[in-house]
Write a protein that binds this ligand. Structure first.
Ligand SMILES: Cc1cc2nc3c(=O)[nH]c(=O)nc-3n(C[C@H](O)[C@H](O)[C@H](O)COP(=O)(O)OP(=O)(O)OC[C@H]3O[C@@H](n4cnc5c(N)ncnc54)[C@H](O)[C@@H]3O)c2cc1C
Length: 413
């Protein structure tokens, strides 16, 4: 026997990054009297990820930032570029601060928390019935915002992963420059298929996040990540004898032109990675999630349906499909691709392009800075592949695998 459904105006399925930003935005917009439920088997708290993104200073997240930088470096074997991001800045936000702000908002909004996995979602066009595990609570909602991890609606023409491991390194004496972050450093050994880079995000002169990242089809082993990360640390000239690994961060993010269904039924809206907020060519997700959270909250505050605009314009998704294809087929090298973007455009334009907020004229300028012939060939290949896809019966794409977490190194207490 199922218990009687609890009626709410809004149910958030999944209470991670996207949902936390929605809760905070609802609170900021002064939304009151809305009956809200959050359903997630886990109540997210603490540091389980670090978000890096760019924006203009003096926004609502400023008090929560761990660090921000006006200058970043993009490094290739041939050159070290120091980019001035003004009027933007690169910022770091740790998850604990975001979850804490969401918890405060949750309290003020009088949210009902259901600590159970969602099992079924049935939308009859008027109400959405959400069931958790057998005999668990049932919620009936006017609108559902669903950010549970989902596979894409169809397989991609290119299916890559952004997979990474990071170490939070603590030093006894000053070794980092807190005024400057390394955005991408392509001096790491490059994989046979894919792109690799390291980066360094210092929060003080003694504490920094150092990461090794790959854009490629498959993950490494735990030992593989440790070796790659140790190699990058050495490349930075950091002495392991004087550093302690305090925390380890692992992650896998989809990088694919496969479509994520953002509106599976009339009253269900998908947000976050499940709703297509992850930019296929970079894996960056945070800025789009934040943008959509703002749109959802504003709509609800004004009594409109909580349906945000697509995370990225269609033409950006097409450009990403072409770029991913060129990288995957090896006709363009990753270091060369990103270096040309930053060498031939103001940094601010490239960053807005990667966020999907440039004008068509600016996009022409950005595209013109890539090598033309491989891009034309990737465009033709993409068009042929699309045509072939249309003739195939539809089937869902592969799910994103969980990250490799085993490590040969143990973080010290
Ligand atoms: C380690 C890491 C670092 C990242 N760093 C960056 C970054 O620097 N910049 C950037 O732009 N992006 C980054 N990303 C990508 C992206 O911003 C994050 O993955 C972000 O958390 C996505 O938010 P989300 O809400 O879509 O998913 P999540 O935050 O993963 O939330 C999904 C939620 O769904 C819940 N759930 C799962 N199954 C069920 C179920 N059956 N029923 C109910 N709930 C369920 C989970 O418990 C989870 O709380 C990072 C990702 C990771 C993993």
């Amino acid at each position: 026997m199922h218990s009687a459904p609890a009626d709410v105006d809004l149910a958030l399925l999944g209470g991670g990054g996207a949902a936390s930003l929605v809760l905070a935005a609802l609170d900021r917009h002064g939304v009151r009297g809305l009956r809200v439920a959050v359903i997630d088997p886990v109540h997210r708290r603490g540091q389980d990820r670090t978000w890096a993104f760019w924006d203009r200073p003096d926004g609502d997240l400023d008090p929560l930032l761990s660090a921000s930088w006006r200058q970043v470096e993009v490094v290739t074997p041939a050159a070290r570029r120091v980019l001035d991001l003004a009027p933007l800045r690169y910022a770091m936000l740790r998850s604990a601060a975001v979850y804490e702000r969401a918890a405060t908002a949750e309290h003020r909004l009088g949210v009902t928390r259901v600590l159970a996995p969602v099992q079924t979602v049935h939308d009859d066009g008027e109400r959405v019935l959400v069931r958790t595990a057998d005999d668990g609570p049932v919620v009936r909602a006017r609108w559902v915002l669903d950010s549970r991890p989902r596979p894409p609606a169809r397989p991609g023409r290119t299916t890559w992963l952004q997979h990474f491991r990071g170490w939070w390194l603590a030093a006894q004496r000053p070794v980092f420059d807190p005024d400057r972050a390394v955005l991408m450093d392509f001096r790491t050994p490059q994989p046979a298929r894919g792109v690799s880079f390291g980066y360094l995000l210092p929060v003080s002169d003694r504490y920094a996040l150092v990461e090794y990242t790959e854009f490629s089809p498959t993950q490494l082993t735990g030992a593989g990540y440790d070796a790659a990360l140790a190699g990058y640390r050495d490349l930075l000239g950091l002495d392991p004898g004087r550093l302690t690994v305090r925390e380890v961060e692992n992650g896998v993010i989809p990088m694919t032109d496969a479509p994520f269904d953002a509106r599976p039924s009339p009253r269900v809206v998908r947000l976050g990675t499940a709703g297509g907020a992850t930019r296929p060519s970079t894996g960056f997700t945070f800025a789009a999630m934040r943008r959509q959270a703002e749109q959802v909250a504003r709509a609800l505050a004004e009594g409109r349906p909580p349906v945000p605009r697509p995370a990225y314009p269609r033409r950006h998704r097409w450009m990403d499909a072409v770029a991913l294809r060129a990288l995957d087929r090896g006709s363009v090298g990753g270091a060369e691709f990103f270096a040309r973007l930053f060498d031939r455009n103001p940094a601010e334009r490239v960053l807005r392009f990667l966020d999907g907020t440039t004008t068509p004229a600016e996009e022409m300028a950005v595209m013109a800075s890539t090598r033309l012939l491989p891009m034309i060939s990737a465009t033709a290949g993409d068009a042929t592949h699309r045509l072939r896809d249309r003739l195939r019966p539809p089937r869902p794409g592969p799910p994103v695998p969980p990250p490799v977490t085993e490590s040969v190194r143990r973080p010290e207490p």
